[in-house]
Design a protein around this ligand. Structure first.
Ligand SMILES: [Zn+2]
Length: 141
């Protein structure tokens, strides 16, 4: 699947592939309730992929406990895999974060994160699929 094809998909196309919660978040810019998602308390090493298109968006080594109830990262997996956009809904000015490849809404970006970046990518679990890393050194005999 190339980027153009992903970006050209209609809501009907997405609705066929996503769960209703994934669709609500990724395509409807919804937000899951705090402490309700699958990954806010996930500590296993691995890669967090876009639930829409599978792009590698975040890694566990940039995940931190923000106590917000949403998975939080101080940096994306690679520069450019997520895009930012100013969101003026709800009478607030926030920075919205979406997947560069498919345009799916992921969450919001705040500037109160830890070092080294000072950034906090506050992401909905429903927008992510955690892919555990196999063969971690600590698991070796
Ligand atoms: Zn995506």
């Amino acid at each position: 699947m190339n980027k153009t094809t992903l970006r050209a998909r209609t809501d009907e196309d997405w609705a066929r592939e996503l769960t209703s919660e994934q669709f609500r978040v990724l395509r409807g810019k919804g937000t899951e309730p705090a402490f309700s998602g699958a990954y806010w308390d996930e500590h296993a090493p691995g890669t967090y992929r876009c639930a829409g298109c599978g792009a590698a968006l975040f890694r566990s080594d940039a995940k931190f406990d923000s106590r917000s109830g949403w998975p939080s990262f101080f940096a994306p997996a690679e520069p450019g895999v997520v895009e930012e956009e100013t969101d003026r809904s709800l009478f607030m000015r926030r920075t919205e974060v979406h997947c560069t490849a498919c345009g799916g809404h992921l969450g919001h970006l705040f500037d109160d994160g830890p070092r080294p970046t000072g950034m906090r990518y506050c992401i909905n679990s429903a927008a992510l699929v955690h892919e555990p890393t196999d063969g971690e050194p600590s698991d070796l005999p």
